[in-house]
Design a protein around this ligand. Structure first.
Ligand SMILES: O=P(O)(O)O[C@@H]1C[C@H](O)[C@@H](CO)O1
Length: 293
């Protein structure tokens, strides 16, 4: 089934079931929380105990990671009493995957019994007040590829996952956003904490200055190349979602600016903040089921 580069690929319920059954037969963990690690953030799993790791290439139907900073491993573990699963590396449209493949793991998590998804990513700041190293709680998003017909829910709707026309006005859980803010302030991160609107572009090129200016006019605070498809599919199947974006670079809005963004710099900034993000995520997992249900 997973043919790389086939934009019309659609996974059947049997495909999802087969992968879910395989995982349930290979681990005794029954995760309640899934963490999708953005570029360079694989170590978010470091806070977990009783870890069990599967390489994506060994899991039936799973796509494989092709980008630097994405290890390509699914890690099961526990944080306090909460069973969780970490995706060390996720998939992008620009890798040649269809959005059905990009979002494949989210439906597997749903079928495994996951209730909450924490999504992380790297993004560039459009908002000029932001600084490199800021953590942005995602309040809302703009699905730019969706406007151009690249949408993970295109095609026949499977009611077993969710409704044909899902509501997206509350995609990011208010309770989880509040909890994340509280945890960040307890951990001393308030000075570099933001809340804003993330815009997904397909990539793989970074934005031109004219594109960046357009995104600013549209009300975007940051821009990246992932997350929105996974969040859309998670919301469609009734999962609670929190999104955290690390600002790795300032997007050029001005023709006189000389800096040029590159992926190595993105990974370097992610590394700088990975430890603090790991503490935030670990704390969120241990408290999210207590505080928000
Ligand atoms: O996977 P994420 O969204 O964290 O990765 C960002 C977007 C591109 O994949 C890459 C650009 O450096 O980082």
């Amino acid at each position: 089934m997973h043919t790389k580069g086939s934009p019309s690929c659609c996974c059947s319920f049997e495909d999802y079931n087969l992968t879910t059954e395989w995982l349930l037969n290979h681990t005794s963990q029954r995760p309640k929380v899934a963490v999708i690690c953005g570029s360079g953030l694989g170590l978010l799993a470091d806070g977990a105990a009783n870890k069990q790791t599967f390489r994506y290439q060994d899991i039936p139907n799973f796509p494989v990671s092709t980008v630097a900073g994405h290890e390509g491993c699914l890690v099961f573990g526990t944080i306090e009493d909460t069973s969780c699963v970490f995706m060390q590396g996720h998939f992008h449209l620009y890798e040649g995957y269809s959005l059905c493949q990009v979002t494949f793991p989210v439906r597997i998590f749903k079928l495994m019994g996951v209730e909450t998804v924490l999504v992380t990513n790297a993004s560039g700041a459009i908002c000029p007040d932001y600084k490199v190293g800021d953590i942005m709680i995602i309040k809302d998003h703009i699905n730019l590829p969706g406007f151009a017909g690249q949408h993970p829910l295109f095609g026949p709707n499977d009611e077993r996952f969710g409704t044909r026309f899902p509501c997206m006005s509350d995609a990011y859980s208010k309770d989880l956003r509040r909890l994340a803010g509280q945890i960040c302030s307890e951990l001393g991160c308030s000075g570099f904490l933001r809340e804003g609107v993330y815009c997904m572009v397909s990539g793989p090129n970074f934005e031109t200055i004219a594109e960046a200016r357009m995104l600013q006019v549209l009300g975007c605070d940051s821009v990246g190349m992932s997350t929105v498809p996974e969040v859309t599919v998670a919301k469609h199947c009734g999962l609670r979602v929190l999104g955290l974006s690390l600002i790795t670079n300032m997007v050029s809005l001005d023709y006189s600016r000389e800096e040029k963004v590159n992926h190595d710099e993105v990974l370097q900034i992610m590394k700088m903040r990975a430890e603090v993000l790991q503490r935030v995520v670990t704390e969120l997992i241990s408290r999210c089921s207590i505080n928000t249900h």
